[in-house]
Design a protein around this ligand. Structure first.
Ligand code: SAH
Length: 253
């Protein structure tokens, strides 16, 4: 049996209770060493085998899983944040399907949630933006042209940009070409929820300079949009004039 577990964004107490139980039971843990907090491994069984997938290919990961399967053991494949985003789990699941090995996915707290917490921000504000675009700049992994930063920027929605902190000048240019103004609020969140977390508020026009000034070029998210600004409308849901299944109108305030 294999469980893909989301390790959370960094802080070791941001793994789910279920994920923690699986880690405690695992006979083998294959963790994404570049971003998973190694302190999470402290909860493992003494006998558990630990492998860092940063040094392994897909084939080697599958091989290690198969060897554990032969012993009837439990492998936890520990991915950073939530495995559904940039986790490369689909290719692993397909290999396991082909071998008849069963697996489950245990979700985790993604770094985009960790970044919102660090920023004390709400990504969806009435009258400002009701959508969050999770995307990345094209790097060695290409991004389809219709999903370019420029194309998404044209919507003016909240954007959370992964895997792009090393390309801030180009990212800034694309955001501006897409239609964000120079003064649109933006932020760089480095290592959200880790002890060394850094939050740098800036604007789209100062994104690249802010990254350079704070020497941020990896393990960061870029958040863009007017939800980081001052104005918005209060929610209807909690408005006294608004009736719901649970609450009658309460009149004017
Ligand atoms: N599955 C992960 C994302 C993996 S891709 C998740 O759900 O968060 C790796 C990228 O995620 C990094 O390059 C960085 O952009 C972002 N990232 C991961 N952890 C982060 C953290 N604690 N703070 C800021 N960005 C983080």
């Amino acid at each position: 049996m294999v469980i893909f577990v989301g390790a959370g964004p960094g802080a070791e107490d941001l793994i789910t209770v279920r994920g923690q139980k699986y880690l405690q039971q695992a006979d083998q843990i294959i963790y994404a060493g570049s971003l998973v907090n190694p302190a999470l491994l402290d909860m493992k069984k003494e006998t558990a085998i630990v492998k860092n997938s940063a040094y392994m290919t897909l084939e080697e990961v599958i091989q290690a899983i198969c060897e554990e399967e032969e012993k009837g053991g439990l492998t936890v494949r520990l991915h950073t944040g939530d495995p559904c985003l940039y986790g490369a789990i689909r290719e692993q699941m397909d290999e396991l399907d082909a071998r008849g090995i069963s697996y489950e996915v245990c979700p985790g707290v993604s770094s985009f949630s960790g970044a919102a917490a660090a920023l004390q921000a709400e990504y969806t504000l009435p009258s400002i933006s009701q959508s969050v675009v999770i995307t990345r700049m094209a790097g060695r992994t290409p991004v389809p042209e219709r999903e370019s930063i420029r194309a998404f920027a044209a919507h003016g929605a909240t954007m959370v940009i992964f895997l792009s902190a090393g390309m801030l000048p180009k990212l800034q240019e694309e955001l501006l070409l897409g239609g964000y103004t120079e003064d649109t609020p933006a932020a760089l969140v480095y290592k959200a929820t880790w002890p060394e977390e850094k939050v740098c508020n800036c604007t789209v026009g100062t994104l690249a300079k802010t990254g350079a000034d704070h020497q941020i070029s990896k393990t960061a998210l870029i958040v863009v949009g007017n939800v980081l600004g001052e104005s918005y409308e209060r929610s209807l849901l909690y408005h006294p004039e608004f009736e719901t299944e649970y609450r009658r109108k309460k009149g004017n305030v």
